[in-house]
Design a binder for this molecule. Structure first.
Ligand code: DP6
Length: 443
C-alpha cells in the first residue's frame, strides 16, 4: 500500500445532500435487487438548509471494519443496499494524494481499506420525509469525493438508486426526472446503467415556488415503501394501468408544466398523481393505509373519511375551487405528512394562514417550534404570536359555503416552510465533520 509509513492518519470528507418530494411518483420495481422502477418519476429537490442529511466518511489503515452511525446510533452495514453502494463506489475509486500530510492511496488500495460513516438527518427519520433519499444520496456523494471517483453525477445517481430508488433524484437540485431505463429485466452487471436521474431545471428556474410541509407524525411509518410497492406490484391491477397508460403521458405534461412554469397544470398533475398513488395503495391486497390518523386522534378505519388526510385535501380542494384556479398543489408520500406547494410568496402566506387557522398548535406548543424553516413566510403571513393565530379570520371559501369552520388543534406536530433547493455539496470546513479527526469515531 503506497501510504505514509505511520499508520495513524485519517482522511475524511463531509457532504450535505437534500431530500426530494416526488410530483410524479415512483411506486413499483421491475427488479428488486437493482432497484429498477416500473415508471419514470419527477421530483422537486427541497432546500437543504431546511431538510438535509449531512454525512462524514473517513478512511484509515487503523479501521478494522466498515462502520456506520445514523443520528449518533451505530447501525449495521451488512444489508444488501449498503453493500452494493460501497462495492460500486470502491470499484470506481481513483488515486488520492494528500501531499501536505504525506498520504498517498492508490486506486487498488481502496478494496483493503475500511471506512467509518456518520450520518445525521435534520428531520425525522422514516416518517415519510424521504430520509432514505437524502441519506443514500449523501452516502454515495461523500464516498465518491473521498475516493476520488471521477464519474458524472448521472452515473453516481445510478449507484445511489441501488441504495434507495428515490435517492437517485437527490443527486441534483431543482427539478429532476428519474428515467426508468430501457432494459426491462437483465442479470448482467451493466443492467440498469440507463436507469438514472437527470436534471430538468435547476433550483433558480422556478424559484418563486414555496413549499410548506405539515409534519403530523414523527413515528416510523408502518409499511415501508419497499414492502408496500412489492405488494402493489403483485396485487394491484390499477398500478399496472398507471405505469403503462397514465404515467408516460403525465411525465410529458409535467415536464412541459415545469419548463413553462405553468402552475395550474403543475398543481393539477401533482394532486392527481398523489391521489392515484394512494388509490394504488388502497387497490393493493391487503390495502395499505398510508393516510392514517395522526397520533393524537385514533379512530377506526371505518371512520377514515374523518381523518387528517381527507380533511387537508378537502380544505385545499375547496380553496382551489373557490378561486377558480389552483392556488396550491398537495402531495403525500408513503406517510401522512402533507407537502403543499404554492406558486409564490403571496399565495404561500395565504396558505400558511389557512393551515394555521385549521391546524393551530396545541396549548403547550410554542410558535417558534411549530413553524420551522423560512421565517419570512411566517412574517409575511402576519403571524408573530400565538394570539395572531387565534385571530386569523375564517377563510372565505368556508364562510361562503355556510359550513362550520372546524379547527383541529394539535393535529399537526409542526410545519416546515421551504423552497426548491440545490443538490449535494461538499464541505471544506473540517468543523462540519461528524467524525473526530483523530479517532474517526462520532464527535
Ligand atoms: C412514495 O425510494 O423509499 O416516496 O426504492 O424501496 O427504497 P425503495 O423505496 P423509496 O420509495 C419512495 C416512494 C415514494 C414516491 C417517490 O419518492 O417517488
Amino acid at each position: 500500500m503506497a501510504t505514509e509509513s505511520k499508520k495513524d492518519w485519517i482522511l475524511m470528507a463531509t457532504a450535505r445532500s437534500p431530500t426530494n418530494i416526488a410530483v410524479v411518483k415512483y411506486w413499483g420495481k421491475r427488479d428488486e435487487a437493482l432497484i429498477l422502477p416500473i415508471n419514470d418519476s419527477i421530483s422537486v429537490t427541497l432546500d437543504p438548509s431546511h431538510l438535509c442529511t449531512t454525512t462524514t466518511v473517513a478512511v484509515s489503515p487503523n479501521f478494522d471494519r466498515d462502520r456506520m452511525w445514523l443520528n449518533g446510533k451505530e447501525i449495521s452495514l451488512s444489508g444488501g443496499r449498503y453493500q452494493r453502494c460501497l462495492r460500486e463506489i470502491r470499484s470506481r475509486a481513483g488515486d488520492v494524494e494528500d501531499e501536505k500530510r504525506g498520504i498517498c492511496i492508490g486506486k487498488e488500495d481502496w478494496g483493503k481499506l475500511h471506512v467509518h460513516i456518520a450520518s445525521y438527518n435534520n428531520f425525522p427519520t422514516a416518517a415519510g420525509l424521504a430520509s432514505s433519499a437524502a441519506g443514500f444520496a449523501c452516502l454515495v456523494y461523500s464516498l465518491a469525493k473521498l475516493m476520488n471517483v471521477r464519474e458524472e453525477q448521472g452515473k453516481l445517481s445510478a449507484i445511489a438508486r441501488q441504495g434507495s430508488g428515490s435517492a437517485c433524484r437527490s443527486l441534483f437540485g431543482g427539478f429532476v426526472k428519474w428515467e426508468m431505463g430501457k432494459v426491462l429485466k437483465c442479470t448482467k452487471d451493466s443492467a440498469g446503467s440507463d436507469s438514472i436521474a437527470v436534471q430538468l431545471a435547476d433550483e433558480q428556474h422556478w424559484n418563486d415556488l414555496v413549499i410548506i410541509i405539515a409534519v403530523v407524525s414523527s413515528r416510523q411509518k408502518e409499511t415501508s415503501s419497499t414492502t408496500g410497492m412489492r405488494e402493489s406490484v403483485e396485487t394491484s391491477p390499477l398500478l399496472h394501468y398507471r405505469s403503462t397508460e397514465v404515467v408516460p403521458k403525465r411525465i410529458l405534461q409535467m415536464e412541459e408544466a415545469i419548463r413553462t412554469r405553468d402552475f395550474p397544470s403543475f398543481a393539477r398533475l401533482t394532486c392527481a398523481d398523489s391521489n392515484q398513488f394512494h388509490a394504488v395503495c388502497l387497490d393493493t391486497s391487503p390495502p395499505i393505509f398510508y393516510m392514517n390518523n395522526t397520533s393524537h386522534r385514533q379512530v377506526p378505519h371505518s371512520f377514515i373519511v374523518t381523518n387528517w388526510f381527507f380533511r387537508i385535501i378537502s380544505f385545499m380542494e375547496k380553496w382551489n375551487r373557490f378561486e377558480g384556479t389552483p392556488q396550491v398543489a398537495y402531495t403525500f408520500d408513503a406517510g401522512p405528512n402533507a407537502v403543499l406547494i404554492a406558486p409564490n410568496r403571496k399565495v404561500a402566506s395565504l396558505l400558511l394562514q389557512r393551515l394555521l387557522f385549521y391546524f393551530p398548535p396545541s396549548t403547550d406548543t410554542e410558535l417558534k417550534s411549530f413553524v420551522l424553516g423560512d421565517q419570512s413566510i411566517v412574517k409575511d403571513a402576519g403571524i408573530a404570536t400565538k394570539e395572531d393565530i387565534d385571530a386569523l379570520p375564517t377563510p372565505p371559501e368556508v364562510k361562503d359555503n355556510n359550513a362550520s369552520a372546524q379547527k383541529f388543534p394539535g393535529d399537526v406536530s409542526y410545519f416546515i416552510c421551504t423552497r426548491p433547493g440545490k443538490g449535494p455539496v461538499l464541505f471544506t470546513d473540517e468543523d462540519q465533520a461528524l467524525l473526530h479527526p483523530s479517532t474517526g469515531l462520532p464527535k
